[in-house]
Design a protein around this ligand. Structure first.
Ligand code: CA
Length: 433
């Protein structure tokens, strides 16, 4: 699975502008997404350099396997993702050939559209969205704020913890973040009141897109779980901490989370990430081994060496031309106690059926250092140690006008750097109620 082939060759380059090494989208990446031009239909495309290659158009022109044509006429990628890993590998081989061989330039150039000329949409119709909590440093940091002596609950090292989220409010990067209203009860208040959240936060996560699903009552074995993953994106699980603190017991996250979840628009495929697979971090001495159904025979390549970054720009910073301020910089591989394969195997272990285009969040990814914290509640210590910004402003939580941007990329000696793109959102005032 996910072996290296000629598509990963660091010597291969594309004739398309902007696809040079160092960009997010060289010919070694080839992520899929759904785009539209002004007044145009939504359709699938592949990112290459500064452009998007129109998959429906090149299928129509006879440049792709005819069997795939119907999938590329769809406004979402679900049907394509359902085909599974073998077809995904074949498309990648073909696109890599087309976009690196000058002989195809005349045929393809007419089907390239600049990124600046398109609007990006959600890549899939998300049937179900589940958010996990596998970032162990995040779970520990947040747990400490509630239970200083016992931050991790006893199940954490046995069960990949998750909850069912809300698929209807998942949006592609750029969608505005309208400050949610809800019940909030400050610790010193006797009763809750209803109003705009005062503790709005972001959560830096990876999103996992499901390829082939599983039938109801037929769990996905851990050894096969990676083959059910089509690819990855960035995910921001916007969170209203004051609403969350009041509502979360006993059934977990609800209205504090489901007002919006943002994802980066590109499905960076499992195949593109093959050069960046890494061993799962060693579990500390004394930690339990995963139970057999989660014990991955491929654990030496189950982690992903993905670097992440979160930045913040306030309205005042933008008005005075200041660059966004970096809030964190970290590595997904060191943040995750459970791998994506373990997440998929666990989710289906009771017979729950995953479906093509389902979206799974990893949970907030924080490293064990102060530079790598994936949410403001951690960075500002629950608001008590606000972040200082370059223009003298401070932030415990997000204010109206603030824009958070998540980025991620992979780099390794001998491989060409690839990027996951961006996941951005700007906070707007609460709707009048
Ligand atoms: Ca989350």
């Amino acid at each position: 699975m996910n072996e290296l082939d000629e598509t990963h060759d660091a010597g291969r380059s594309s004739w398309v502008g902007g696809a040079e090494p160092g960009s997010d989208f060289p010919v070694q990446n080839l992520p899929l997404g759904i785009f539209s031009e002004a007044k145009g239909l939504r359709r699938p495309g592949v990112a290459i350099g500064d452009y998007i290659l129109d998959l429906a158009a090149i299928a129509e022109a006879g440049l792709l396997d005819e069997e795939w044509s119907e999938d590329f006429k769809q406004p979402v990628l679900n049907a394509w993702l359902a085909r599974g890993a073998q077809a995904h590998r074949e498309l990648r081989l073909r696109l890599s050939e087309l976009l690196s061989d000058e002989r195809y330039r005349d045929d393809l150039e007419v089907h390239l559209i600049g990124h600046s000329e398109v609007h990006m949409h959600l890549p899939c119709l998300v049937g179900d969205y589940t958010d996990f909590y596998v970032g162990i440093h995040h779970a520990t940091n947040v747990g400490k704020q509630f239970r200083p002596d016992n931050p991790l609950l006893p199940n954490y090292k046995y069960v990949p913890i998750g909850y069912h989220g809300r698929s209807s409010s998942v949006r592609a990067s750029g969608h505005p973040v309208v400050r949610p209203c809800g019940q909030r009860k400050p610790p010193d208040a006797e009763v809750p009141e209803y109003g705009p959240s005062r503790r709005l936060d972001y959560e830096l996560e990876l999103g996992i897109w499901i390829a082939r699903g599983n039938s109801l009552c037929e769990p996905i074995p851990i050894a096969e779980a990676a083959e059910h993953i089509a690819g990855y994106c960035l995910l921001n699980d916007w969170s209203a901490r004051d609403l969350q603190a009041w509502e979360y017991q006993p059934l977990g996250p609800f209205l504090a989370k489901n007002f919006l979840t943002s994802v980066s628009p590109w499905v960076v495929t499992a195949q593109a990430l093959a050069p960046f697979r890494a061993p799962m971090p060693e579990r500390p001495p004394g930690d339990p081994k995963p139970l057999p159904y989660l014990d991955d025979p491929n654990s030496d390549s189950a982690a992903l060496a993905i670097e992440t970054e979160a930045t913040l720009s306030t309205e005042a910073m933008r008005d005075s031309g200041l660059a966004p301020h970096r809030l964190s910089r970290g590595s997904a591989a060191s943040a995750m106690y459970w791998s994506a394969a373990q997440i998929v195997a666990h989710h289906s272990s009771n017979g729950c059926n995953l479906q093509p285009g389902d979206l799974i969040g990893t949970g907030t990814l924080s490293t064990d250092s102060d530079e790598g914290l994936g949410s403001l509640i951690e960075i500002s210590r629950g608001g008590s140690a606000p972040v200082s910004l370059p223009n003298g402003e401070t932030r415990g939580f997000l204010e109206d006008g603030d824009e958070v941007t998540l980025r991620a990329w992979c780099e390794r000696d001998g491989a060409v750097r690839i990027g996951l793109g961006e996941c951005s959102g700007r906070v707007l005032p609460a709707s009048a109620s």
